[in-house]
Structure formats: structure tokens, C-alpha cells
Design a protein around this ligand. Sequence first.
Ligand SMILES: C[S@@+](CC[C@H](N)C(=O)[O-])C[C@H]1O[C@@H](n2cnc3c(N)ncnc32)[C@H](O)[C@@H]1O
Length: 205
Amino acid sequence: MSDSTQYFAPRPRVASKRAVVRARLPGVELDLVTDRGVFAYAQLDRGTDLLLRTAPPPAADTVALDLGAGYGAIAVVMALRAPAAHVWAVDVNLRALELCAANAAAAGASNVTASAPEDVPEDVRFGVIYSNPPVRIGKSALHALLSLWFARLTPDGHAYLVVQRNLGSDSLAGWLQEQGYGVDRLRSRLGYRVLDVCLAPGSLQ
Ligand SMILES: C[S@@+](CC[C@H](N)C(=O)[O-])C[C@H]1O[C@@H](n2cnc3c(N)ncnc32)[C@H](O)[C@@H]1O
């Protein structure tokens, strides 16, 4: 399914044409640079906006992950809300990762590390994971991706996901429950669901 015209291509083929997104969110207002070939070009995605209005920031000293960070909207906003936390922002799209690092630097969020997935040290564990996940990679690839990173949650960790209802949020929630996770539907708005996923006591790890 992946090809160089998709937003999750490692090197998008589409020519660069940068744009600026103004993110106006509770406690944070900032400009973020986006580009063609990166998810949600020239706008804050509505699902991302809902996640950022719903999910709690990382607790102080927590290590957080933005899984599929794109140009860094979630990573940078959560890092600014929680300066004593550290946020890993991972993506396979190198154009997105460059933007994420530059957006974090421009916002003064020195607690963000933009990284290719394979460059996150294996012993890093996450107290919280945020993701507007890449549903378009296909169901089995998405399940594998979530399994891979959720295995790195701390025992009391939570993952906050935003998924469009018509892109399978409810079946994803069902699949996560089948895997033994606790899943709570935190919010449902404008066709998006925000899911709070945790390790159900005694079921995992
Ligand atoms: C729906 S977009 C969300 C982007 C950004 N978080 C936002 O809210 O604007 C999903 C992101 O996941 C990335 N992605 C796809 N496959 C991935 C993988 N295997 N590991 C990490 N990120 C991946 C895509 O490149 C894309 O940037």
C-alpha cells in the first residue's frame, strides 16, 4: 500500500511547499510549519485538535511518545504543556521528522526528540503514548504497529488515540480489548473518537 505519494512514505515525492498552521489550543497558541507530502498539510487535523483538547498532558518527569508525529503538532503541544516531561516524536516520513524537529526548536520545546522509530533506544519505556495513528497503512499493519509500541508502556501507562469513526475506531477499540487492554471512549465528536487505552490489571506484561 505504501508508495511515495502517500503521507507515510519515507521520502515523499511531491515537491515541497511549506505552509504555516496556527494552532489555538487550551494553554498553547503557536505556529507550526507543515509541508506537502506530510499528513494534514496546511491545517491542524480535526482529530488531532480533538485529541489535544481531550487527552491529559504527560505528568512531570514522564517519558511520552507521539506515535506517527507528522510535523509535530501533538509532540510540541504536549511538550510545552509539560516542560518536565520528555517527548519522543517518531515517524517514518523523513520530511515530517525534519519539520517536527524544527517546529519543536522554534517553539522552545527542547524536551522533544524527533526520531526515526528504529533510533529510539530499546530500553526506553513510555508513561504515555499519544497517537493519531496511520490508519491508512491497513488494519494488520496498524495492529502490528500499536502492539509494538504499546508493549513499551509502563505498567500504569496510558495510550490516547484519536481515530475517525468511519475509519474503524470502534473495531479498533474492540480489537484492543481482545488483546487484553482496557479501553475507555473518552470523547466522541465530529465523527472522531478519542480512546484511552491502558493495561488491564493482570492481563498483560
Ligand atoms: C494520521 S498521521 C498523524 C500525524 C500527526 N501526528 C498529526 O496529528 O498531524 C499518522 C502519521 O504516522 C506516520 N507513520 C506511518 N507509519 C508509521 C510507522 N510505522 N511508524 C511511525 N510512524 C508512522 C505517518 O507518516 C504519519 O505522519
